[in-house]
Ligand binder design. Structure first.
Ligand code: KG4
Ligand code: ZN
Length: 340
């Protein structure tokens, strides 16, 4: 099987991005992502609207992925799809579509765990770095997840820690909302933070044992702080926007870096692979670069298009599963909660 060319069509629909990709072995031939704009008006993802939008997007997105890859459906070796975790209504759209297409084309179906896929995105070819060797630590940081995972092999992963409440992306987005910034506010906090003083306003760090995270307390302390300051100065946010953003970002980065340090000590592994939309954050990137120099870590950051939700990462996982004959049968269903 190793010498045969394998073409995988992959489908991702776990949250608010409808995506399809075509891979030729480990290489991405196309990776189309339709981001749903509708949620911006509501300040967060509305599940009902997300599944409707997936329903509308899925056919054109898959069509475009095949066109861009310039291959005929008949060449496909298998269809990979996100089974979970995610929003059930959203997952059902991708799952049903993948099952029907595989059935119609008489080719195998491969179910993929979205969180495993975020990690295995490091094995996509053409990223200007060699993938990490096993074992390594993977940190998935996004609007939906925050996990530290010990990766012993492609399909042998152990969650060492995860968030007990909000995900790190939510911590960014909810803080941004308190400041009156539009959704998703993470990238805006990052932009303003670069112009501000990170130690202007100290926020408390949560006390959570082990390698778990908690971000909901931070959100509350930011809310109380802003309420208190704007009582005496209604223009407080306007006048201090950059310093507030820099201080929030600084606190979040410290929380993350402290936990990675603990994980490195615990697992005795210094290879750290990052994924998820929040890994676009300039502060996190800089902190990791400094840690490479100061602590001897080796860090891996995939191309941004493979960090945020995308079908290419589902495709590489599908390819790795296909190679090991880890196929799925037609009676499979989507799973909103699905452990690695
Ligand atoms: O992985 P992703 O695209 O979607 C999922 O949530 O699964 O991640 C989106 C999250 C949002 O919370 C967004 O605010 C955050 O990533 N984000 C950032 C930055 N870019 C995206 N947060 C902080 N700084 C950024 N530069
Ligand atoms: Zn994700």
């Amino acid at each position: 099987m190793e010498n045969k060319t394998i073409y995988i069509l992959a489908i991702e629909s776990s949250c608010d991005d409808t995506s399809a990709a075509v891979l030729k072995n480990k290489k991405v031939l196309s990776n189309i992502v339709a981001s749903q704009k509708i949620h911006q008006e509501y300040g967060g993802v509305v599940p009902e609207l997300a599944s409707r939008a997936h329903q509308q997007n899925i056919v054109p997105v898959v069509h475009q992925a095949l066109m861009r890859a310039n291959i005929d459906k008949k060449l496909l070796s298998a269809i990979a799809f996100t089974r979970g975790p995610g929003l059930l209504g959203s997952l059902l759209v991708g799952t049903s579509f993948a099952k029907s297409l595989a059935l119609g084309l008489h080719i195998p179906l491969i179910e993929v765990n979205h969180m495993q896929a975020h990690i295995l995105a490091h094995f996509i070819e053409g990223q200007n770095y060699r993938p990490p060797s096993f074992p390594f630590l993977a940190l998935t940081l996004s609007g939906g997840h925050t996990q530290i995972v010990l990766v012993k092999d492609y399909f042998d992963m152990e969650i060492l820690g995860e968030t007990l409440d909000d995900a790190v992306g939510e911590a960014f987005d909810k803080s941004a909302k308190i400041l009156g910034l539009p959704y998703p506010g993470g990238p805006l906090i990052d932009t303003y933070a670069q112009l501000g003083n990170p130690t202007a306003f100290p926020f408390p760090k949560p006390k959570v044992g082990g390698l778990n995270f908690s971000f909901s307390g931070l959100k509350t302390s930011i809310l109380y702080f802003i309420q208190k300051e704007t009582k005496t100065n209604p223009d407080f946010i306007l006048e201090n926007r950059n310093d507030i953003c820099a201080s929030i970002q600084h606190t979040i980065i410290n929380i993350l870096i402290d936990k990675i340090k603990e994980a490195v000590k615990y697992a005795r592994v210094k290879q750290i692979a990052i994924g998820g939309g929040v890994s676009a954050n300039s502060g996190i990137r800089n902190a990791l670069k400094s840690a490479e120099k100061e602590l001897g870590w080796h860090t891996y950051l995939p191309k941004l298009e493979y960090c945020t939700d995308n079908a290419a990462m589902i495709g590489i996982t599908g390819y790795l599963k296909f190679r090991e004959n880890r196929l799925t049968n037609q009676n499979i269903s989507a799973k909103a909660r699905y452990k690695i």
